[in-house]
Design a protein around this ligand. Structure first.
Ligand SMILES: *Cc1c(COP(=O)(O)O)cnc(C)c1O
Length: 379
């Protein structure tokens, strides 16, 4: 089955009992048993719900893994994955991970004895150097947010395997349509499904796929024990979103390329960050491990004032956190998504006050370019 077909026909499609072509929303918490333990595979919806199960089967197939899991948010998914480890264990992470990931690792899970080192994982030597006696995993986000740095998943996973560590990849930006980390050697892939997978700014959700029965059992134990599960209505919305993921990502790619070409030649734009650009330092790796470059672009307009002026003037780019929706979104990472990262760390990472991040949506690209053009004009 090809990718676009799998997004529509993969997992569990429809309802054999009625012929309904979409999976029903099983808005239910518990299931009748014909005698103790005599159930039809579902006992209680924290443990398992048929609508969530259909979504979990779909993401498993689409990512090419062994089992899928749906959570109430990307952060709930990430937290559950980190709960696979024990107090005293150490994880090596990408230094410019999503702000919320940095926060949960450095300010919440540290209280439970999870140690972490943040390094530039796009430099493989830094991964190797950060590995300690108690290291248990390498956690990669690629492309990163907001500078779109790329880590070579295959090579990072090789290093991890050599040290008997798990490789975990946050695949939110690339989506399973463009990039499949498990095929590249990762053990666990996770998503903020709030973004491209949902795709319509109407669901907060997280998805995880693991590559072995052992990890599947361990993660199901954590999911059922801690309970951060996705509800049936939101599970259904994600399945609906996924049916058009392929076509949305293809169209996003077309729009983004045109916008990047426009930004690149604009005199008021200092620097454009996009992995599809041949001048991007990790362009070759991006091309090798992903089939597309996505719709996230960051660019530097030089100052907080210039950034504010652009944000104020644009009509079609909505000023908002989040990304990956049909609507184009615009944000300033330093004061929004990355505000929870201390200023000195932000400066060290290159997240300047004039850095603007856009998530290219599916509007007509001519309107989007005109919008940016008038926003960048001198007053
Ligand atoms: C948004 C995001 C998250 C967190 O997901 P939520 O659904 O907001 O909890 C994690 N990783 C990345 C890359 C994200 O963009």
């Amino acid at each position: 089955m090809k990718r676009k077909t799998m997004l529509i026909h993969g997992g569990i499609s429809g309802d054999p009992a009625t012929g309904a072509v979409s999976v029903p929303i099983y808005q239910v918490s518990t299931y009748k048993q014909d005698g103790v333990g005599g159930h039809k595979g579902f006992e209680y919806s924290r443990t398992g719900n048929p609508t969530r199960h259909a979504l979990e089967e779909l993401i498993k197939e689409v990512e090419g893994g062994h089992a899928g899991f749906a959570f109430g948010s990307g952060m709930a998914a990430i937290t559950a994955v980190v709960m696979l480890f024990n107090s005293g264990d150490h994880i090596v992470l990408t230094d410019d991970v999503y702000g919320g990931t940095y926060r949960v690792i450095a300010k919440v899970l540290n209280r439970f004895g999870i140690e972490a080192t943040f390094v530039d994982t796009s430099n493989l030597e830094e991964i190797e150097k950060a590995i300690k006696e108690n290291t248990k995993a390498v956690y990669i986000e690629t492309p990163t947010n907001p500078l779109l740095k790329i880590t070579d998943i295959r090579e990072a996973a090789k290093i991890a395997k050599r040290h008997r560590l798990l490789t975990i990849v946050d695949n939110t930006f690339s989506t399973p349509y463009w990039q499949n980390p498990i095929e590249l050697g990762a053990d666990i892939v996770l998503h903020s499904a709030t973004k491209y997978i949902g795709g319509h700014s109407d669901v907060v959700a997280g998805l995880v796929v693991v590559n072995s029965e052992k990890l599947a059992e361990e993660l199901h134990f954590v999911q059922n024990s801690t309970g951060g599960v996705l509800g049936p209505q939101d599970s259904w919305l994600l399945m609906r979103g996924m049916k058009t993921l392929g076509i949305r990502m293809e169209e996003t790619e077309v729009n983004t390329k045109e916008i990047v070409a426009f930004l690149e030649q604009h005199p008021r734009v200092h620097k454009v960050y996009y992995p599809g650009l041949s001048i991007h330092p990790n362009h070759e790796i991006a091309k090798k491990q992903a089939r597309g470059f996505g719709g996230m672009v960051s660019f530097d307009v030089g100052s907080e004032e210039n950034a504010d002026k652009l944000l104020r003037k644009v009509k079609y780019f909505t000023l908002a956190e989040s990304l990956g929706a049909v609507e184009s979104l615009i944000s300033v990472p330093a004061r929004m998504t990355h505000a929870s990262i201390p200023k000195e760390r932000r400066a060290a990472l290159g997240i300047t006050d004039g850095l603007v991040r856009i998530s290219v949506g599916l509007e007509d690209v001519e309107d989007l370019i005109d919008d940016l053009k008038q926003g960048l004009e001198e007053e």
